[in-house]
Design a protein around this ligand. Structure first.
Ligand code: LRH
Length: 493
């Protein structure tokens, strides 16, 4: 029972084959490729055709290994999209959500419609790059794309369309747009009308696990493959990652840890309340009728951008060496709110960290190790804040935190997170999104009854590392300082 999962993250994309047999799930990486945005002038784009090429390359390698997967699925980050014209071809290269052209639009639309109204209709947190504000920007700046567009597809929908010829929207990603009304189970006419985007661009959003065509015959012929069914998985990568959380208890807290840190809990119905709005929590659609009550935290982006900056300056350092230096740097010298808007754009990250520390009267970190330490401690402390909010909003008390995603390879971050929250951290699996992607394919084929059966198989198949909290009183003190320093930071709650 092999399935193929494509998972496109910031930085890299991967094709993984998953085998399900009596011993459980085994995965093997077939293909790994770059997924780097391309800047043209001031605009930042997806290199979408290159990615399509890499997906085909993955299939070629699958074939060379003598495999014939029973199905395939694609997941990637939310909010970004492509538009098709009347001839069914892609119009332009999709924009990347970190493109600065979208800056400021969220405040404008919130003023016009009120936050309550948008939140009541969608349950989605306010992030300046949500599709709602991306589309409003294009409309208000007179983008010619919208004159021509006949169909709106999120990135995994689009890549799936390239593979199958079927243009179909998928539910988990649809909810990330802040244009989908989960109570009504459809795209929100009022919000679309307000930003003057035609409802005709949108199709019914199918649930994760829906079969949406098969690999085009031209691709099968070129590659010598038999037709492969294509499944709309939980195409939002966070949705896939949470499917892969190896929880035993029904109510659990998770942290999907990669470029972004997504922390929250799984719920059955959107929790749309004045408290969730005030804390800027979201209710994203998940697989198996679930929702994710969670909050975005800026995540390892800040560290990754710092490392890219050092590379550009010829001061590149390996991840392992950097973490070793961070461990040696003085503790809690410089704390900041990772979610301050200051840290959202790409570029001179270390300058901005130093500026924040200077402005808040703290030690200004100079060395690479000191900067890395400041980032990781600040993230761990922010995790505590958001975990407390998650408990408050959900009325649950969690006895530990599940961490999944590539960020768990950072053992320092896992340990410091346990120290900060004062509860155990259970880390694994690292390839959360790809494994959740596979799990939904196996649910679709009937190999698993539901996500709980899938989670049991994941628990039995992948190692989970437990981190017990240490140094509690030092971290308690640091948390008090963190709250004071970050009280006036410029973040969405
Ligand atoms: C994580 C993620 C997150 C979104 C962001 C754009 O990869 O999908 O859930 O908010 O990217």
């Amino acid at each position: 029972m092999s399935v193929l999962a494509y998972d496109l993250g910031a930085g890299s994309g991967r094709a993984l084959l998953g085998h399900l047999n009596d011993r459980g799930i085994e995965t093997s990486e077939i293909h790994r490729f770059k997924n780097e945005p391309v800047k043209v002038g001031e605009r930042m784009h997806w290199d979408i055709l290159r990615l399509h090429h890499e997906l085909l390359q993955g299939l070629t390698l699958v074939k060379q290994q003598g495999e014939q997967p029973e199905s395939l699925g694609i997941d990637s980050w939310g909010v970004d999209f492509g538009l098709l014209g009347s001839n069914g071809e892609l119009l332009g290269n999709p924009y990347h959500y970190r493109d600065t052209q979208f800056n400021g639009m969220m405040d404008q639309v919130r003023q016009e419609l009120s936050s309550q109204r948008i939140f009541e209709r969608t349950g989605i947190q306010f992030l300046g790059f949500n599709t709602l504000y991306q589309l409003a920007t294009l409309q208000r700046s007179g983008s010619p794309l919208l004159h021509e567009a006949e169909r709106f597809l999120m990135i995994p929908d689009l890549l799936r369309y390239f593979l199958t010829g079927e243009a179909v929207n998928e539910f988990t990603n649809a909810t990330t747009t802040q244009l989908y009304n989960p109570s009504a189970g459809q795209w929100d006419s009022e919000l679309l009308a307000h930003i003057r985007i035609s409802e005709k661009l949108f199709g019914e959003a199918v649930l994760p696990g829906t079969r949406v065509g098969q690999l085009r015959s031209s691709i099968c012929n070129d590659l010598g493959l038999s037709p492969i069914p294509v499944i709309a998985v939980a195409e939002h990568d966070t949705g896939s990652a949470v499917v892969a959380v190896p929880a035993t208890e029904r109510s659990f807290a998770y942290l999907s840890c990669g470029t972004w840190s997504l922390m929250g809990t799984e719920i059955d119905h959107p929790a749309i309340s004045s408290q969730s709005l005030a804390l800027n929590f979201t209710n994203e659609g998940g697989a198996g009728g679930t929702f994710r009550l969670l909050k975005n935290i800026m995540g390892l982006w800040i560290l990754q951008e710092s490392m890219r900056e050092w590379d550009r300056q010829g001061q590149g350092i390996s991840y392992d060496a950097l973490l070793a230096q961070a461990e040696q740097a003085p503790p809690f010298a410089s704390l900041f709110d990772p979610d301050d808007e200051l840290f959202m754009p790409a570029g001179d990250m270390t300058t901005r960290i130093r500026q924040y520390c200077r402005d808040t009267g703290q030690v200004v970190p100079e060395e690479q190790g000191a900067i890395a330490r400041a980032i990781l401690e600040s993230l761990a402390l922010k995790y505590r804040r958001v975990l407390e909010w998650t408990e408050q909003l959900s009325g649950q008390a969690f006895n530990g935190l599940h961490m999944v995603g590539g960020g768990i390879q950072n053992r320092l971050l896992c340990q410091w997170t346990a120290n900060s929250i004062g509860k155990p951290v259970w880390a694994g699996p690292a390839e959360g999104s790809a494994i959740g992607n596979m799990a939904v394919q196996w649910i679709a084929s009937g190999a698993f009854k539901d996500i709980w059966e899938a989670r049991k198989a994941i628990r039995d198949s992948f190692p989970v590392t437990a981190y017990e909290p240490q140094d509690r009183s030092i971290w308690e003190d640091a948390y008090g300082r963190f709250l004071r320093v970050t009280a006036s930071s410029n973040s969405q709650a």
